[in-house]
Design a protein around this ligand. Structure first.
Ligand SMILES: [Zn+2]
Length: 362
């Protein structure tokens, strides 16, 4: 199969940023995705309230093509109350995002897994919305990584996802009616956990975690040696990569394939420009998402019609069904033809820049 057409994908997790960055990255998102869940860890201000949601949506729509459909989110912080939550829902927010304090980009105002119980009243409110069949769902989206243990000691990148597992388990037990998505799973253990959960819980997988190995990103001391392949959770060992690939193509409706595109400017992503500062985590993956994912499905599944079907389900069906949203009616076409990914676009390094990919969006 050298050319095929599938239902247009949704993007259940991406970062469009603000200002000039948003203007540059939005056209890529616009072209490939129908609905786009926009994460709210923006700088200098997080998206936290109904008013923030309104303003951010207006900014996005001023730059996007008509028909682009952002799904808005708010960040869970110390300031989030049940009242703020309800206002944000009324303003159209459909995701509440939890990133533990200091775990990833712009999360310093977040709360840690250790403090999450304080926010249970807010989560009860989200659960109430999920249980009300007349209302559209609201998702509790969890970044499952723990950066410090209970004594405040730093946990190395590679162990952070597994370290969050007891908290994730507790959350699922405490909220049987809450729709929870554990994001960008990168370890076999976490994937097995999500497989064992009830139907109100799902997980997402990125192509990055399926193709980048830990050794390409970090040295033995755990320091980042290649910021261009640095995302969170950090790339893992081979057995975990295999688990991500196998699960992605398995046809299990609990798992959605996402780009988690997280653009940064060049000076935050190149060692010689960082001058001792820590590199930013996250890669600009929207432009290469469909070619990479298509390659994974067609290499893992030898029956090409089955590969096409599973690819369509994982990118455009499972998330929509979990959200109780209609499936997209538009389509996109992919063609097997080699191309070399440009190194950067408008000062933003593109993931896989300089490398040759086998598929492209027509
Ligand atoms: Zn993200």
């Amino acid at each position: 199969m050298n050319t095929f057409t599938i239902r247009k994908p949704d993007n259940p997790h991406g970062h469009l940023r603000l200002g000039f960055m948003m203007q540059r990255v939005l056209p890529f998102a616009d072209r490939i995705f129908s609905r786009y869940v926009v994460m709210g860890n923006t700088f200098p201000r997080l998206i936290e309230t109904g008013e923030d949601v309104d303003v951010y949506r207006r900014n996005i729509m001023a730059c996007a093509m008509p028909g682009f459909c952002p799904v808005m989110s708010i960040m869970l912080t110390e300031r989030t109350t049940s009242e703020i939550l309800r206002e944000a829902y009324d303003a159209g927010a459909r995701y509440v995002k939890f990133i533990g304090k200091g775990v990833s980009t712009n999360s310093d105002e977040g709360i840690s897994f250790f403090g999450l119980k304080k926010k249970y009243p807010v989560l009860r409110e989200v659960e109430k919305i999920c249980l009300d069949t007349k209302k559209e769902d609201m998702i509790f989206s969890v970044h499952p990584e723990l950066n410090e243990n209970s004594k405040g000691e730093r946990i190395p990148y590679i162990y952070r996802e597994e370290a969050s597992l007891p908290f994730c388990r507790q959350l699922v037990e405490d909220f049987p009616g809450l729709k929870i998505i554990f994001e960008h799973l990168s370890t076999r253990e976490m994937i097995e956990f999500v497989k064992s959960t009830p139907p109100n819980v799902a997980g997402t997988l990125t192509p990055m975690s399926a193709i980048v190995a830990y050794e390409e990103v970090c040295n033995e001391a755990g320091e980042v040696i290649n910021p261009l392949k640095f995302f969170k959770p950090v790339a893992k060992r081979i057995d975990d990569m295999i688990a991500v690939r196998e699960t992605m193509v398995s046809g299990n409706p609990k798992f959605f394939v996402i780009p988690d595109s997280a653009p940064h400017e060049m000076h935050k992503k190149q060692l010689h420009l960082l001058k001792g500062k820590k590199p930013a985590a996250g890669v600009f993956s929207d432009p290469v998402f469909m070619p990479l994912v298509t390659d994974i499905f067609f290499s893992e599944i030898s029956d090409s019609e089955l590969a096409r079907q599973r690819l369509e389900d994982a990118t455009s069906r499972f998330w929509a069904e979990f959200m109780r949203l209609p499936l997209n009616i538009e389509t996109i076409t992919l063609k097997r033809e080699e191309w070399t990914v440009p190194f950067e676009y408008g000062g933003i390094p593109i993931f896989m820049g300089g490398q040759t990919l086998n598929w492209q969006v027509v």
